[in-house]
Design a protein around this ligand. Structure first.
Ligand SMILES: [Cu+2]
Length: 68
């Protein structure tokens, strides 16, 4: 499993963190997801043979947030 932290712009409440958690968890090969409103980031564990950092970023952006 690969472990990464993505910095996310635009999350303002618990509903936002829930949305991000949901879209990331729905991706193939994604294990543990921990989205922090306070730190404006998402810690994600994923299987690099099933998903990619690009796919994770794409999912977050599709949900309406920005990844830096
Ligand atoms: Cu919100």
């Amino acid at each position: 499993m690969q472990h990464i932290i993505l910095n996310i712009t635009g999350m303002t409440c618990g509903g936002c963190t829930n949305s991000v958690t949901r879209v990331l968890s729905a991706l193939p090969g994604v294990g543990k997801v921990n989205v922090s409103l306070e730190h404006a980031n998402a810690e994600v564990e994923f299987d690099p043979t099933k998903s990619s950092i690009e796919a994770l970023k794409q999912a977050i952006e599709t949900a309406g947030f920005e990844v830096s």
